[in-house]
Design a protein around this ligand. Structure first.
Ligand SMILES: Cc1cc2nc3c(=O)[nH]c(=O)nc-3n(C[C@H](O)[C@H](O)[C@H](O)COP(=O)(O)OP(=O)(O)OC[C@H]3O[C@@H](n4cnc5c(N)ncnc54)[C@H](O)[C@@H]3O)c2cc1C
Length: 444
């Protein structure tokens, strides 16, 4: 499997997808990439690009040609602008950790990031990967131009003013309209964040969520983890500062490696072997997490190592619905008898106008539910999916879900436009696979 998902530890889709590529190609530049696509299309083979293979859906799976863009990872251009932002053009295969390092060397950073940095920039934007922050959008909102190789093997520069419709699917479209060769990101000067992580009673979190000084609007980045079977939460508030004390390396190792990975793996194994102890384990975990405050460069605060393997489903709901959704999920958990040793994660984002963004047109709250990979996830995820359906929940494109094009068309006002542009850009289905056919609908 190593070759199918180069560099990936998770291989979630590879475990479940039945399709296997007949050929894996490693183009080194856009010319080789265009030739790979053109040759595959001539041979009647389908093509998918893969980043780090960290998606939980089989979005990158193919039984044709799999393109790994790991070697297409160089910073190409840096344009400093009078408003303090800087446009950075970079090869689409670069991993976020490497991108963060390269930007830091230039004194720059991305405005917002998710909670790991293993993904490629192309894979992350293509699935709508996001972090948290009520005034901030996901990674794709930071893209101002994209170089795309189309199904015909042509190289097209896209932006809001050049091929704007193609740009929509280039910056967030699951690779349905072409393979990204490079993206131009709007970056900001590097910044420090003060991270305040505290265990709170869940009810206090829910009471203080809203209002101008509430947890969501009163912090640049606010999120919380809720431990099922308890009324406890771990809150995280990250805000910009000019200076401050970093975390002692030993404390960081104890929290982020020992407790969050080694001990957490052990408690999940225990919960798998003896489900009846799950409630007690969660209560202990939620209470034993000690508060910590530290200051660090933004990428170090956003991302942390996540080594315990799990399945994940995440839904975007209107922000105003988040309390009701959590209450309904809690009721289902208590009445179902299901045992859930993994916390749920709740994040926030600003409304945006990207056609396929999960935050399109509405202030958004995200509910991510997880299950340890050795435990069944289907019943829990189906129940959550039924609950969020009542609130027009939109699924993360890279995480498990059961929706199809018919339902997605009701959830996204510009869905028909996305289907039209996909059909125009790839009339013969060079970039098709079963996952894309499910979410965009069969070709007519
Ligand atoms: C531990 C973990 C933590 C995560 N944390 C977050 C989080 O905080 N926030 C969040 O929103 N998501 C999160 N995710 C989900 C993850 O960000 C997405 O699934 C993302 O797509 C993974 O990036 P990748 O490089 O592995 O892409 P892949 O899984 O390899 O590919 C994803 C999609 O992008 C397409 N693609 C890849 N490269 C290209 C290209 N060059 N051109 C066109 N299309 C391309 C693929 O074909 C596929 O459709 C997490 C996942 C894991 C496993």
């Amino acid at each position: 499997m190593g070759e199918t998902t180069p560099g990936a530890r998770w291989q979630n889709w590879a475990r479940t997808a039945s399709s296997r590529p007949v050929r894996v190609e490693h183009p080194r530049d856009v010319a080789e990439l265009a030739a790979c696509v053109a040759t595959a299309a001539e041979q009647g083979l389908t093509v998918r690009a893969v980043g780090a293979g960290h998606s939980f859906t089989a979005a990158a799976a193919t039984d044709g040609v799999l393109l790994s863009l790991d070697a297409v990872d160089a910073i190409e251009q840096v344009q400093r602008r009078p408003d303090g932002t800087t446009l950075v053009t970079v090869g689409a295969g670069i991993r976020l950790a490497a991108l963060n390092g390269a930007l830091a060397a230039l004194g720059l950073a991305l405005r917002n990031l998710g909670d790991i940095d293993r993904q490629s920039i192309a894979g992350a934007i293509s699935t709508g990967t996001h972090g948290t922050g009520a005034r901030l959008g996901g990674l794709a909102t930071q893209v101002v131009a994209a170089r795309l190789v189309t199904a015909a093997g042509e190289v097209v520069e896209t932006s809001p003013t050049h091929e704007p419709e193609l740009f929509e699917l280039a910056r967030l479209g699951l690779g349905s309209a072409g393979v990204l060769a490079a993206v131009t990101l709007e970056t900001v000067p590097a910044f420090l964040l003060r991270a305040v992580e505290e265990p709170w009673p869940l009810d206090a979190v829910l009471e203080q969520l809203d209002g101008p000084d509430g947890l969501v609007d009163g912090n640049e980045h606010f999120e919380f983890y809720w431990f099922p079977h308890t009324r406890r939460a771990l809150t995280k508030r990250n805000n910009r500062v000019d200076s401050g004390r970093g975390l002692n390396p030993l404390r960081r190792w104890v929290d982020d490696e020992l407790l969050s990975n080694t001990v957490f793996e052990a408690t999940n194994r225990l919960a798998t072997a003896v489900p009846a102890v799950t409630r007690r384990l969660n209560a202990v975990a939620a209470r034993s997490l000690s508060a910590r405050t530290y200051v660090a460069p933004s990428p170090q605060v956003f991302a942390s190592p996540r080594r315990v393997v799990f399945r994940e489903m995440e839904y975007a709901v209107p922000r105003a619905a988040v309390r009701d959704v959590l209450a309904e999920v809690d009721r289902w958990v208590e009445s179902s008898g299901e045992r859930l040793p993994f916390p749920a994660e709740i994040r926030f984002a600003a409304a945006d106008d990207l056609w396929l963004s999960t935050a399109h047109g509405r202030e958004t709250a995200y509910l991510a539910v997880h299950q340890y990979w050795r435990l069944p996830h289907e019943r829990y995820f189906s129940a959550v999916e039924r609950i969020v359906a009542e609130h027009d929940g939109r699924p993360h494109w890279g995480k498990l879900h059961g929706l199809d094009a018919e339902r997605l068309a009701q959830l996204y006002p510009r869905f028909a436009d996305a289907q039209r542009v996909r059909a125009q850009a790839d009339p013969t289905g060079v970039f098709d696979n079963p996952y894309l056919t499910r979410v965009f609908g069969p070709r007519t």
